[in-house]
Design a protein around this ligand. Sequence first.
Ligand SMILES: C[S@@+](CC[C@H](N)C(=O)[O-])C[C@H]1O[C@@H](n2cnc3c(N)ncnc32)[C@H](O)[C@@H]1O
Length: 211
Amino acid sequence: MSLLDYFSKDGFRREEFVFDTIAPVYDFITMFATMKYSKAINQLRKHLPIGGASVLDVGCGTGQWARLFKELGATRVVGIDLSGRMLARARRSYPDIEFYKVNAVDMRMFEDNSFDIVTASFVLHGPDRYNRNRILSEMIRVARVAVVVHDFDSRPLPFFSRLVENIERSHYRDFQASFLDDLRQFGYGVRKVELRSHLALYILNKRMRVG
Ligand SMILES: C[S@@+](CC[C@H](N)C(=O)[O-])C[C@H]1O[C@@H](n2cnc3c(N)ncnc32)[C@H](O)[C@@H]1O
């Protein structure tokens, strides 16, 4: 990959370039955010059992979110990501988790309903709305019980977060404006759990059909 990929119209090439580039320092620069992951997952456990579940983590990066599911007793945890360099770090840190280089818009390597929980942490605010919904529909297809998205809520982001998102050229504003409505359009029960620091858990329950 080269610097030209940062300016590519193909959002996935850009994401791969950005995360390949920052992989060596990713855990350091996100240290304060990832420290809050345990609290978020404890909130999630109030709504969804994790022990004994199989879990697919989409856009797993260096594995910081995926590892919590393993620690809480998930039987099988699989992580997928676009960035080979993020995955290399994840594999080194968490050898008991399976990691694959896959673009989440096409997860045909996984059958329908093949994981109890399919999750994505800080991934879906990145792509544009069209690609976000493609990823979301793949996540819902592969999930048996629930889809869990850990990401921004609709509150305005602080300056530093906006700066990072603008450098990353993410679609966070559109995500904040439209994600909840888009998620509800799949026709399943959706619960939004507000967390501190402009974050939320979005839990789609595949066992609950609505509308
Ligand atoms: C901000 S990082 C979050 C990493 C991890 N989920 C966490 O919470 O620490 C976003 C990750 O999503 C990955 N990603 C973005 N779009 C993707 C796609 N279409 N398919 C797979 N991975 C993707 C990026 O490569 C990056 O590693």
